[in-house]
Design a protein around this ligand. Structure first.
Ligand SMILES: [Zn+2]
Length: 69
């Protein structure tokens, strides 16, 4: 079972900058830094997350230059 996926985030507190290991299922939630007790928001995963096959909506459709000839 490889369900113990962990995300590492760095505390935004410049006076702390502690790297926190939080469970992957806590994405988008708030965690408290153990170093400074600051509440940190866990960023959502990027597109390259094989765990959740999210549809990539990065289709950059280049509109054909509608030039008025
Ligand atoms: Zn901290």
């Amino acid at each position: 079972m490889s369900e113990g996926k962990v995300i590492r985030i760095r505390c935004p507190n410049l006076a702390c900058q502690r790297v926190l290991a939080v469970p992957a299922h806590a994405r988008g939630k708030l965690v408290r830094c153990r170093g400074c007790s600051m509440t940190i928001r866990i960023p959502l995963p990027k597109k390259r997350d094989a765990e959740e096959a999210e549809e990539t909506e990065e289709t950059q459709e280049q509109e054909p230059a509608a030039g008025s000839a």
